[in-house]
Design a protein around this ligand. Structure first.
Ligand code: ADP
Length: 245
């Protein structure tokens, strides 16, 4: 993508916890429409970076702009309303509600009630579309509590999609999945990336080889390198700190 097409721009980011420097001057740019993978050993700062973007952690210094709006200092809810959605490693779904109800609820959440009534049809269309994209239509009337691990992850991604975010941040979506589930998730990510910008924290190299193009490697709170999967895998520093362990 051309320079200047940045949707997310992190500049000079520094995060300090009780004197411990968790993020040590990160610059990180994600352009519109990208499917970007974020890797790095445990403790590299991946989760902290996502926490800052989503307003959970305040940086010591630096800026995070999203579509030109500064996010540092904004509250979590406001950042969601600006169009950033996030999943966590453990999927959060309402177990007593059906798959459809979970997606419906997520779709309704960003709207005040009068607007909700006006836009009910639109919301319904979006829910149907999400069920189709996530291939959960057959499970629509099942309780979320009975879903398999993989299905729960897809539902959580579907709940994000229902909110129609411009940027999705996904934390290890294929962790604990079977080979078939990983394959389906990879295809889902590629599908989502056609209409959204997606950043995925992911460790699984086989999955990266199969589905990733652009990878950013973090190490000790810094960006160690960025490049294609092939470039990252061939890099000696990456092999030393990450792949060769
Ligand atoms: P990753 O997601 O890459 O495994 P994290 O962002 O979770 O790494 O952590 C980066 C570093 O910051 C680690 O050394 C971690 O122990 C530390 N850290 C993260 N959150 C906190 C916190 N709330 N308080 C103190 N240290 C933290």
């Amino acid at each position: 993508a051309p320079a200047g097409d940045a949707l997310l721009a992190v500049r000079g980011l520094r995060v300090v916890f009780d004197g411990f420097v968790a993020i040590d001057g990160i610059d990180f740019t994600v352009n519109r429409g990208e499917l970007r993978f974020l890797i790095g050993p445990n403790g590299a700062g991946k989760t902290t970076l996502v926490d800052v973007i989503t307003g959970l952690t305040k940086p010591a210094s630096g800026s995070v702009t999203f579509a030109g709006t500064e996010l540092v200092g904004q509250r979590e809810h406001r950042i969601v309303r600006l169009g950033i959605g996030r999943t966590f490693q453990t999927a959060t779904v309402f177990e007593e509600l059906t798959v459809l109800e979970n997606i419906d609820l997520a779709a309704s959440f960003r709207l005040p009630v009068p607007a909700l009534f006006r836009r009910r049809k639109g919301v319904g269309d979006r829910v149907a579309q999400v069920l189709e994209t996530t291939q959960l239509a057959e499970l629509a009337s099942r309780k979320a509590g009975i879903l398999s691990h993989g299905q729960r992850q897809w539902l959580e991604i579907g709940m994000l999609l229902a909110q129609d975010p411009r940027l999705l941040l996904l934390d290890e979506p294929v962790a604990g999945m079977t080979k078939d589930e990983r394959e389906r998730t990879g295809q889902l990510l590629q599908q989502i990336a056609k209409e959204h910008t997606v950043v995925v924290i992911e460790h699984d190299m086989e999955f990266l080889r199969r589905f990733a193009r652009l990878v950013t490697v973090l190490h000790e709170g810094k960006v160690l390198m960025e490049g294609t999967v092939a470039e990252v895998q061939a890099d000696r520093r990456v092999q030393e700190v990450y792949l060769g362990r």
